[in-house]
Ligand binder design. Sequence first.
Ligand code: XMP
Length: 317
Amino acid sequence: DWNAEHIVDELIGGVRAQVGDSGRVLLGISGGVDSSTLALLLARAVGDRLTAVFIDHGLLRLGEREQVEAALRPLGVNLVTVDARDEFLGQLAGVSDPEQKRKIIGREFIRAFERETAKLGEFEFLAQGTLYPDVIESAGGEGAANIKSHHNVGGLPDDVKFKLVEPFRTLFKDEVREIARLLGLPDHIRMRHPFPGPGLAIRVLGEVTEEKLDILKRVDDIFISGLREFGLYDGCSQALAVLTPIQSVGVMGDERTYSYTAALRAVTTDDFMTAEWARLPYEFLATMSNRIVNQVHEINRVVYDITGKPPATIEWE
Ligand code: XMP
C-alpha cells in the first residue's frame, strides 16, 4: 500500500538523519522532474543548507531556465543558476561527432559545476536524483540504453569527496511524480517528458552553432506547445524536434529557397529501451508543418520520423 504522504515524511526524516543539524547539501539541477522534486524535498528537509546549482549550458529549450527558476525559488529552494553558455558553445565549436559532443558536454558540466561550487564554501553532501531503474541499469552495465554514453548516473564531480544523498534510490518515476505533486511542483515540469543531459546539442545534427540552436529552439517550441494545445502531449512518452544538416530546394512566393529540413519525432514506450513512433493525427502534423515553415523562415521542409526503436534510437545522435 503506497502512500505518498507517508513516503514524503519518511524521506525527509531519512535525509535529516543522514545530514544532521549542520551538514550542507549540494544538488545539481537539470530541470527535469527528478532533480526538481529532489530540490523541493531537500528544501523541506534542510532548508537553506541546500544549495541547488542549475547550469545553463545554452542547450536548453526555449524559456526552460526561467521556468525552473519560477517553479523552485518560490517554494524555498536556494537556487544558483550559472550562465555557462559561452563555455559550452566554445568547446563545441567545430565538433560534429556525436560521441565527442557528449564527452565535451559531460566534461564541461563538471568544470562549470566545480567552478561554481568552489565559490560556495564547503559541502559534505552531494544529492542525486538517482531512481531505482538507474541503479539497476548502472549495475547491469550493458544493454541498448548504454550504447550511447550517458552521464546522468555517477556523473557529477568527484563523487568520492562527497557523501551521497540519494533519497529516490528505491523509487520509480511514477512515485517521484506523486511526491512532486505533494511538494507543489507545477504540472508542466512534473509531467514533462524526459530530456537528455546533453540537451539540444544532440538534436542539432553535426556541428552545434548558436544560429542552429536558435532555429531548433523555435521549431521545438512550436511542436511541444502544439502537442499540449491539441491534448496529445501526455499520450506521448517523449517528443522532440531535430535540426538536420540537410538543405533542400523549396519555393516561397516567387523565390527559390535552399533551407534546412526539420524532423519531428514522437514515441510511445514503457521503458525507453524499445519504442514505437507515435501515431499522431495527420491533421495535427499538417498544422505543425504549416506553423513551422511559416514561423521559422530558416526551415522549408518538415518530416516526421516513422521509425521504431530498434533499429533507430529515440534521439538522432
Ligand atoms: P536513445 O536515443 O538511446 O534514448 O533511444 C533513450 C532515452 O535516453 C535519453 N538520452 C539521454 N539522457 N543523457 C541523458 O541524460 C544522454 O546522453 C542521453 N542520450 C539519450 C533519450 O532522450 C531517451 O529518453
